[in-house]
Ligand binder design. Structure first.
Ligand code: HEC
Ligand code: HEC
Length: 474
């Protein structure tokens, strides 16, 4: 063997050894991380929001301020709460600071959709209006770029002030989808079918891209905002380098305040980078209230009557009020976990890890620096990685949003989900509320989540029940 060949062989072996070492150490780090998670005490696991955690299990479970917030700040929190529950009225009105509704809108208040800071639901029949969900819209332009619909914009507004035509209505019905557990027991899911009716500004285009979304519960978001970018990005595995079938991509969207692209965290596709922008976006898109961040009404030029209607100030919401509602949203704390000591819940936790649910629903994060110091440096248990995952054809909306494609969704946090029936008196889950309970939500997982759903279908009935008991507890 020549010196040259020896050298090549050495380089090859060194390469193999390095890859092997990397795999071993990656597995070791992973095993270490898992071991650390398992070593948490029940008390640690119960404190979902670290020191902010609130111990409330009634219908106000999503509406409490962080437990570590000093009493002196309660006034601001209560004022923010009032703004969140305010029914905005048409301008001009006697209370000038609370007018400016519309001209086009979906609901007159934030709490109209996020009732008791909780979760919306789909309509129960095709004739029922959407009361706590909305439909996002877009079209492809000549260059193949997704742009707002030329007439209906990026969200269908099904209501309008007097004298202005509403945009129309998205009618929702369900179609059955049959399935079977591995033990032979059949089940039936249903998928969402949307049609556009009573259109006020011309028929909806055949090739419109649309995305029906329910209003998610809104507690714990300040803590999610306080997770350092680096901690989220550390979980990105865009090309699935570790070969576990799960990639995880970051969404990047325009941060209006800084005028630069930033990591998306909020919304069903991580389509908003900060709570402030999520809030101002909601004021404009859902209620028709302008802010310093979005000073122009959400109306296209051809919507003449809407353009000619009165305004409630420029902007309609002052920065002072915006600060208060942002503070309120940041301080809404996650409810503590419940019943983690029960054997069935502990079995369910083991099933959760066995089915690899934790690869996307990351159990634990440490928050970093945050302007609200109550939220900084907390150990939290949100069960989300805040990243985008391809969830397969069944859940696809075929509407890109930022860098998210038509099959990708942000892993939603699982904390507090078991209290949705208490707070909102329903148990509809997933982005369009098609799952009638937690089990159906799991069964819908496809794409990167397919293997987890398959693992669930393969479990014994008792193990499946244990896993659901765990989801209800966290
Ligand atoms: C018409 C119903 C509706 C109204 C009214 C509404 N929202 Fe929402 N909200 C939603 C939907 C739907 C989403 C998910 C949006 C998405 O995925 O793009 C959402 C998302 C959010 C989120 C992010 C939640 C998360 O987990 O990422 C916050 C915060 C929020 N809304 C606050 C508000 C505030 C503040 C108001 C009042 C100014 C408001 N919303 C009014 C439906 C509504
Ligand atoms: C590949 C990443 C991934 C894996 C693995 C995964 N999930 Fe999910 N999960 C998601 C995403 C993304 C959604 C949102 C999908 C949607 O709304 O269309 C979701 C939604 C859910 C929901 C509904 C949440 C809500 O707010 O509506 C539940 C419950 C859930 N997952 C539980 C589980 C369980 C239990 C497992 C393991 C058996 C699991 N998930 C595995 C990514 C994942």
């Amino acid at each position: 063997m020549s010196h040259n060949e020896l050298e090549k062989m050495f380089i090859r072996w060194a390469g193999v050894a390095m890859v092997a070492l990397a795999v071993v150490s990656a597995t070791w780090v992973f095993a270490d991380e898992l071991a650390a998670l398992h070593s948490r005490t029940l008390a640690d696991k119960t404190r979902t929001g670290g020191q902010t955690t609130v111990y409330v299990t009634n219908k106000h479970a999503f509406g409490r301020s962080a437990a570590n917030m000093p009493l002196a700040r309660q006034r601001d929190f209560s004022f923010g709460n009032r703004l969140f529950n305010t029914n905005w009225v048409t301008a001009p009105a006697s209370v000038q600071s609370l007018d400016g509704l519309g001209p086009l809108f979906n609901r007159a208040s934030c709490s109209g959709c996020h009732t008791r800071d909780g979760r919306g639901r789909p309509p129960m029949s095709p004739d029922e209006a959407m009361v706590s969900m909305l439909v996002r819209l877009s079209m492809l332009d000549d260059a193949g770029q997704a742009v707002p619909h030329p007439m209906y914009g990026s969200q269908l507004n099904d209501r309008a002030i007097v004298g202005v035509p509403a945009e129309g209505r998205a009618s929702l019905r369900w179609e059955p989808v049959a399935g079977k557990f591995d033990d032979g027991q059949p089940y039936e899911l249903h998928r969402t079918v949307i049609s556009f009716v009573d259109m006020g500004y011309g028929a909806m285009d055949e090739d419109v891209m649309f995305s029906p979304r329910v209003a998610p519960q809104v507690f714990g978001l300040g803590l999610l905002e306080a997770i350092p970018d680096a901690a989220i990005l550390a979980k990105v595995d865009a090309d699935d380098a570790d070969g576990d079938g799960i990639s995880g991509r970051a969404n990047y969207v325009l941060d209006e305040a800084r005028g630069e692209i930033a990591l998306g965290r909020f919304g069903w596709k991580s389509n908003q980078p900060t709570l402030r922008q999520q809030i101002t976006g909601a004021f404009l898109g859902d209620i028709g209230i302008t802010t310093s961040m979005f000073p122009r009404e959400n109306v296209v030029a051809a919507q003449t009557a809407a353009n000619e209607s009165a305004h409630g100030g420029e902007p309609e919401l002052s920065n002072e009020f915006l600060d208060k509602i942002e503070f309120y949203m940041r301080m809404l704390a996650p409810p503590a976990a419940r019943g983690l000591e029960k054997p069935v819940v502990q079995r369910g936790e083991a099933m959760f890890f066995a089915a690899n649910c934790h690869t996307c629903h990351t159990p634990e994060f440490q928050t970093g620096h945050h302007p609200e110091k109550e939220l900084a440096y907390q150990t939290i248990r949100p069960f989300t990685d805040l990243l985008l995952h391809d969830m397969g054809e069944g859940l696809a909306d075929h509407r890109p949003d930022g860098l998210a494609d038509g099959r990708e969704w942000r892993t939603p946090p699982l904390w507090g989900l078991g209290l949705v029936p208490v707070v909102n008196r329903h148990s509809f889950y997933l982005h369009d509320g098609r799952a009638r309970n937690l089990e159906e939500a799991v069964l819908w997982h496809g794409g990167e989540g397919q293997a987890s759903a398959d693992a669930y279908r393969a479990m014994s009935k008792a193990d499946r029940e244990a896993l659901i008991a765990f989801l209800k507890a966290i």
